[in-house]
Design a protein around this ligand. Structure first.
Ligand code: HEC
Ligand code: HEC
Ligand code: HEC
Ligand code: HEC
Ligand code: HEC
Ligand code: HEC
Ligand code: HEC
Ligand code: HEC
Length: 434
């Protein structure tokens, strides 16, 4: 009897203790919200309308519970992708198999990145603002932290932004716009003013019925909820094996030399090729190119005949070969100036040869050094590569006539004209100076 009542007392005590703990936990949970409701009301409002708040995924689930006052906020965990993966393994896994997962690594593999001011890279307000994509290694995180940059630890909030984390937002092509626009990859501008984009906007505005087909970026590049993105040609528009046509093959080789992937003197592969391989920058055999191409072709055939779609894609391949004829011509003219000692090799260049991956830092040096050594003819060549060659071929794949001709192909011709003229005047000046 006695033992039983002791037991009951213990049970009541335990229950009471548990209740107090639960209430404390609830108060704790409300602490984040209560205080942040005042500190950062917009953020709390976003969280409240999210699926997360409806499913008990709270502030502490992602940020931990170590921080509780206005002073100790540095104790809050900034969650990386692994935290999301705890509940969204499928999306995390497919993301890590796509090209977005290389975004940060690829940025840092380019020599010119380290010549630019940190604010643009680690600070995330330039190259780093778009290349904040991909799960970072511990070493990459440590480097970022040492430089004094604490944020940008997560790439999952790039399409479904915090703290709404909305699926619907990510399905909207606008989610891609910030990064896929502008100078060297104006996919947003090309798509939104193509018939594909026009139909999507018309549909949004109610001018086309809901059932009308209007392909978005996601429809072609992230079909069926996959997070794995990759295209056949990729960004650089080079691949292996070399084309059969001897001129086309020679032109591709010239571009590979200017990318620093082949040694311009020996034609042998370089260490940069290993870096390119490591981040899957180009398809290095026919099969891996065809896999991606066939997937895309399947998507087109949802709405077009196979013959129609195939012809459209082949037109894109063909214009790339023709654009490369102009591009190689430009590179060879500039290479001649290096060979003849009219342009001196910058220290940061791998070879005595034009170097595409210097971007506009054609002095091959840190942003505040050797500014008088910036080579203008090299910059025109780089503009031709990054701005106009990109547009000339990308516009075919995104079905945009004006980008293909006036903004792309035609401007390549203009760049080449400028390079021819600069070459003449540089040679004349060099001869006169002698
Ligand atoms: C007493 C008020 C208060 C409470 C309680 C509180 N926070 Fe904060 N929190 C702040 C303030 C103030 C900042 C700093 C804001 C700033 O930098 O202006 C902050 C910053 C943060 C940051 C950003 C950290 C950074 O590095 O910028 C996170 C994440 C955060 N809080 C999450 C939480 C979570 C999760 C809880 C609950 C476990 C919580 N907060 C509880 C006031 C509070
Ligand atoms: C599903 C996970 C998740 C939840 C839930 C969550 N956060 Fe965050 N939060 C993030 C991520 C991701 C970042 C961005 C971290 C980065 O980029 O380094 C972030 C950043 C922040 C920041 C700093 C960045 C900024 O824009 O000011 C604050 C403050 C913050 N969260 C507060 C909160 C508060 C308060 C809550 C609860 C109302 C909350 N978070 C709930 C994932 C979450
Ligand atoms: C503790 C588990 C948990 C964590 C951690 C978590 N989520 Fe969620 N998330 C959920 C649940 C539960 C849902 C609602 C059910 C569903 O859609 O699976 C959800 C839904 C979502 C959705 C779909 C919302 C919609 O509009 O349908 C997105 C996007 C999302 N989460 C992204 C993230 C991201 C990004 C992170 C990391 C910053 C994260 N989640 C962390 C559990 C979690
Ligand atoms: C506006 C956003 C944005 C900025 C700013 C930006 N990039 Fe990119 N970058 C992208 C996108 C988007 C792609 C993929 C484009 C494509 O495939 O057409 C890309 C592709 C690349 C690639 C090729 C990756 C591959 O695997 O083929 C490299 C290298 C690169 N960027 C370097 C840089 C450097 C260096 C800077 C700064 C000097 C920079 N980017 C600035 C968005 C950006
Ligand atoms: C390039 C843009 C992009 C990035 C980056 C991204 N997502 Fe998504 N996410 C999407 C799109 C688009 C959808 C909608 C897919 C669909 O239509 O089913 C989505 C949907 C989701 C959903 C909802 C799934 C469902 O059907 O309910 C979750 C969860 C999610 N993403 C998690 C993540 C996580 C975790 C990461 C980081 C590893 C991430 N996402 C990064 C574009 C992105
Ligand atoms: C109708 C399908 C379709 C739509 C819609 C579409 N793309 Fe593409 N995209 C393609 C094709 C086809 C390629 C070239 C694939 C190849 O290399 O064979 C491509 C290539 C790309 C590339 C690699 C470089 C390039 O431009 O060739 C990126 C990045 C890209 N698209 C992003 C986007 C974005 C962002 C949107 C929306 C603004 C978009 N795409 C809309 C079909 C589409
Ligand atoms: C935060 C910036 C950012 C956003 C948002 C973004 N991307 Fe990207 N995307 C990149 C970068 C950077 C790369 C190049 C990564 C690499 O190749 O290393 C890239 C590459 C790609 C590629 C691969 C091109 C190739 O080389 O094969 C495709 C396709 C693509 N993105 C589609 C999308 C779509 C569709 C969306 C929207 C749902 C989107 N991206 C949103 C930054 C972004
Ligand atoms: C979801 C359906 C859908 C998908 C997928 C799709 N398209 Fe289209 N496409 C359309 C529609 C609808 C039109 C408008 C037809 C018209 O102009 O009468 C169109 C128009 C075009 C046009 C002609 C534009 C013009 O100026 O007349 C081309 C070229 C094209 N698509 C190529 C492609 C290619 C290549 C793919 C695959 C990479 C593709 N489409 C995928 C629906 C689609």
């Amino acid at each position: 009897m006695k033992g039983e009542s002791m037991n009951r007392t213990t049970r009541i005590l335990l229950l009471g203790a548990a209740l107090v703990l639960l209430m404390a936990a609830a108060a704790w949970a409300n602490d984040c919200i209560e205080c942040h409701e005042k500190e950062t009301p917009g953020m709390v409002a976003d969280w409240r309308i999210s699926e997360h708040s409806k499913n008990d995924v709270d502030c502490e689930t992602c940020h931990g519970d170590k921080h509780s006052t206005a002073e100790d906020f540095l104790l809050a965990v900034l969650p990386d992708e692994h935290v999301c993966a705890e509940c969204h393994e499928e999306q995390f896994d497919s993301f890590t198999h796509g090209k977005h997962n290389h975004g940060w690594t690829v940025l840092n593999a380019i020599p010119a990145t380290h010549w630019a001011p940190d604010e643009l890279i680690e600070g995330g307000r330039g190259c780093g603002g778009c290349h904040n994509m991909g799960v970072r290694s511990e070493a990459q995180k440590a480097e970022q932290f040492e430089k004094g940059y604490r944020y940008q630890t997560n790439s999952c909030d790039e399409c479904h932004t915090r703290h709404t984390f909305s699926k619907k937002e990510a399905q909207n092509p606008r989610a891609c716009q910030q990064c896929h626009m502008g100078y060297d990859h104006p996919q947003w501008e090309m798509w939104s003013s193509s018939k594909h984009g026009e139909r999507w906007f018309a549909q949004q505005e109610g001018s086309l019925p809901e059932g009308a087909s209007a392909p978005t970026c996601q429809h072609c590049h992230l079909p069926d909820g996959t997070h794995q993105n990759k295209t056949a040609w990729g960004f650089l528009g080079v691949r292996l094996p070399l084309p059969e046509d001897p001129q086309a093959a020679a032109d591709r080789v010239t571009i590979l030399k200017a990318l620093g992937v082949l040694n311009p003197e020996t034609g042998e592969p370089t260490a940069i090729l290993d870096a390119v391989k490591a981040v899957d920058m180009a398809r290095l055999d026919q099969a891996s190119w065809e896999t991606e191409r066939n997937k895309m072709l399947e998507t087109c055939t949802e709405c077009h005949s196979r013959a129609y779609a195939q012809q459209q894609l082949e037109l894109g391949d063909a214009i790339l070969t023709k654009a490369d004829r102009l591009m190689a011509e430009a590179i060879e003219i500039v290479a001649g100036l290096y060979r003849d000692g009219i342009i001196q090799k910058p220290d940061g260049y791998p070879f005595n040869y034009p170097f595409i991956l210097s971007l506009m830092h054609t002095n091959g040096a840190n942003w505040d050094q050797d500014l008088d050594k910036l080579s203008y003819i090299d910059q025109v060549m780089l503009r031709m590569f990054f701005k106009h060659r990109m547009r000339a071929y990308q516009a075919f794949f995104h079905v945009n006539p004006d980008y293909a001709y006036w903004y792309g192909w035609n401007m390549m011709t203009e760049d080449l004209g400028e390079i021819v003229e600069l070459d003449r005047s540089m040679r004349a000046r060099h001869a006169a100076d002698k």
